[in-house]
Design a protein around this ligand. Structure first.
Ligand SMILES: Nc1ncnc2c1ncn2[C@@H]1O[C@H](COP(=O)(O)OP(=O)(O)OP(=O)(O)O)[C@@H](O)[C@H]1O
Ligand SMILES: O=C(O)[C@H](O)[C@@H](O)[C@H](O)[C@H](O)CO
Length: 169
């Protein structure tokens, strides 16, 4: 099987972790949880209800690119990757990088984030995620899915698409 690197992206609450976990299991690839690599400063900012800036995210994105490159056989990365420049930073780290965008409305994102217990991310920051989001639809190597489908369906569609993209169907 050829190397398969994929980022599961989107705003807070879109299901990156839940879908990414299923995809990694089905593909037999390691899962890299992007949120685990935010420096403590970034987590503290978000907990305080302050949106991250490009500068806050720059080192984190570099670290995530390096993490992807540490898995030459492939990996699934969960990362918000909200802006084109952020995605390009990740693309520069590994060739043939694909993105699965879990697209969601602000209302549904807010509902999910508000209903999530024990997570550092506050509902007050959801609006800022949509302000930052640059839709990746026109970029190459991107699959957009309606994030309100079932987790099983989302993972299945993403895995089928990736296998076709990498000629492993
Ligand atoms: N397709 C879905 N159908 C129903 N519930 C979902 C779906 N996707 C995610 N959820 C639920 O919504 C909440 C947010 O999901 P999750 O934490 O995976 O999103 P995320 O914010 O993108 O990930 P993370 O913040 O951990 O990077 C969780 O409670 C999850 O179980
Ligand atoms: O770039 C960002 O603003 C962050 O990565 C957020 O998207 C959150 O960490 C995540 O989604 C938590 O739910």
């Amino acid at each position: 099987m050829s190397a398969m690197h994929v980022v599961v992206m989107g705003v807070a609450g879109c299901g990156k972790s839940a879908v990414g976990r299923r995809m990694a299991a089905q593909l037999g690839l390691p899962l890299i949880e992007g949120d685990d690599f935010h420096p403590p400063r970034n987590i503290h900012k978000m907990e305080q209800g302050v949106p991250l800036t490009d500068r806050d995210r720059a080192g984190w994105l570099q670290a995530l690119g390096a993490k992807l490159a540490q898995h030459p056989a492939g990996a699934v990365l969960t990362c918000s990757a909200l802006k084109r420049a952020y995605r390009d930073t990740l693309r520069a780290a590994v060739p043939e990088l694909r993105f699965v965008h879990l697209a969601i409305t602000p209302a549904e994102s807010l509902r999910r984030v508000a209903g999530r217990d024990g997570h550092f991310y506050p509902p007050s920051l959801v609006a800022s995620q949509f302000e930052a989001l640059q839709d990746p639809a026109e970029e190459p190597g991107v699959l957009a899915l309606d994030a309100t489908a079932s987790l099983e369906e989302l993972a299945l569609k993403a895995v089928q698409w990736l296998k076709a993209e990498f000629n492993n169907a």
